[in-house]
Design a protein around this ligand. Structure first.
Ligand SMILES: Nc1nc2c(ncn2[C@@H]2O[C@H](COP(=O)(O)OP(=O)(O)OP(=O)(O)O)[C@@H](O)[C@H]2O)c(=O)[nH]1
Ligand SMILES: [Mg+2]
Length: 405
């Protein structure tokens, strides 16, 4: 049963997910006199009659509190069963907010759809998979999230649990299997969240030009003087089915200008948080190159402006491994995109692979891997299957009256 229940006789929730849609669905769930208490004050059916029976679909208009004389919002109301009614309205925020507020004003508690799913008895792994799936924006990432929604991780966890419960000596073998699943965690973390790629390097090497070339449109200002970019300029795109957020940064130098210095500080902070840094050099002016951020495993060195270097030979000119490109002519850009994807995702998971897609899931699996005894590994796996869904990789849900009351 839902934790909100003692505080509210009914819950109201927007069921339609993130993103824009033509139609939105608001659901009301409760025990008693649902129709009379929460719908009748606002809903005028086109054909008046007896109270709807389960399965009835009614067309009519919604008359917001205080605006009873206005024309009203066209809605379709579905009586799913005696405890569950859905209002289908225009998908714009104004209509949804108004209907939610009206139902809330009669005493129903507002909640978010993951809480709604929990109230309906969904297991946490399924709720988390639905949450991540709702935030994916490519077929590739949606397919991997869908595998988890179909139970890839749940089945793996259940089978490890069964193995350990019947034979504690299997702990090392189970822990190896769990560790194998944890290999995919970095990828799982980026199903609903773009990889952060930062373009950095000395001033005037062509970082902004490279950002524009990767995006395919002119997002950032480019100019033939150093110090053009001051702030972090970001834009999202998709590379080979992976959502990436590209951030162009100020050229790194000690500038006298305090505004530019602030830009350089922001650039350094972005580098620290990046999943991958494209460290850009000017192939035509190697003396300008500055050392790449030492110790970073995910850093690709990019030699830009190769169109200015006659007979630029990738191997001969430099002692480091780099991708040679020209942001202005487009030379080498396809290879650069390929190298970015290979660096971020060196291997693709096979179809149906179990993957941890939330912090909570990864923490439970990590506890199982570190467990000293079969009993504590089982406790971690049970927690994975039954624990509450609170996900740090997803934006926090707006505060709900369910939580505050
Ligand atoms: N020939 C040639 N010129 C380029 C290339 N990439 C950039 N440029 C030129 O180099 C100059 C600097 O380019 P930007 O993209 O503004 O360089 P930046 O690294 O962003 O510079 P800051 O923002 O000042 O740090 C501009 O005149 C660009 O047109 C390239 O591949 N080939
Ligand atoms: Mg720039």
């Amino acid at each position: 049963m839902h934790p909100c229940e003692p505080a509210f006789a009914a819950l109201v929730c927007e069921l339609t997910g993130v993103g824009r849609g033509g139609v939105a669905t608001v659901a009301v769930w409760g025990q008693n006199a649902l129709w009379q208490r929460y719908l009748q004050p606002f809903f005028r059916p086109a054909r008046s009659g007896a109270l709807p029976r389960p399965g009835d679909i009614l067309y009519g208009t919604w008359h917001a509190a205080g605006r009873e004389q206005a024309a009203g919002e066209s809605v379709v109301v579905t009586a799913i069963d005696s405890q569950h009614i859905q209002v289908h309205c225009h998908g714009g925020r104004a209509a949804v907010e108004s209907i939610m507020a009206d139902i809330g004003s009669t005493g129903a508690g507002r909640c978010e759809w993951p809480q709604w799913l929990a109230a309906s008895g969904c297991c946490p792994l399924e709720i988390e998979a639905r949450q991540v799936l709702a935030t994916t924006d490519t077929r590739r990432t949606a397919a991997i999230a869908l595998d988890q929604l179909r139970g890839a991780l749940r089945r793996a966890a259940e089978s490890w649990l069964q193995t350990l419960q019947s034979d504690a000596a299997q702990l090392p073998a189970v822990q190896r299997a769990v560790a194998d699943v944890l290999r995919w965690t970095r990828l799982g973390k980026h199903l609903g969240r773009p990889w952060q790629i930062v373009l950095a390097g000395a001033p005037n090497v062509g970082k902004s030009s490279l950002l524009n070339a990767l995006l395919g449109y002119r997002r950032a200002i480019t100019f033939d003087q150093p110090g053009t970019t001051r702030d972090v300029v970001s834009a999202d795109t998709v590379l080979d089915g992976w959502s990436v957020s590209l951030a162009d940064t100020a050229g790194l130098r000690d500038a006298g200008d305090s505004i530019e210095n602030q830009g350089v500080q922001r650039a350094r902070a972005s580098i620290d948080e990046a999943d991958l840094v494209l460290w850009v050099h000017d192939a035509a002016d190697p003396a300008k190159a500055i050392p790449d951020p030492a110790g970073r495993t995910d850093c690709l060195i990019v030699d830009n402006k190769i169109d200015l270097v006659p007979d630029f030979s990738a191997a001969a000119n430099r002692p480091y491994e780099a991708v040679a490109v020209s942001a202005t002519s487009g030379q080498g850009m396809a290879e650069l995109m390929q190298r970015i994807v290979q660096t971020l995702v060196p291997e693709l998971p096979p179809a149906g692979q179990a993957i941890a897609i939330t912090d909570r899931q990864a923490e439970c699996l990590n506890r199982a891997v570190r467990a000293d005894t079969a009993a504590s590994a089982c406790a971690a796996l049970e927690q994975l299957l039954a624990g509450r869904s609170e996900d740090a990789w997803l934006p926090p849900p707006p505060t709900s009256p369910c939580e505050t009351s």
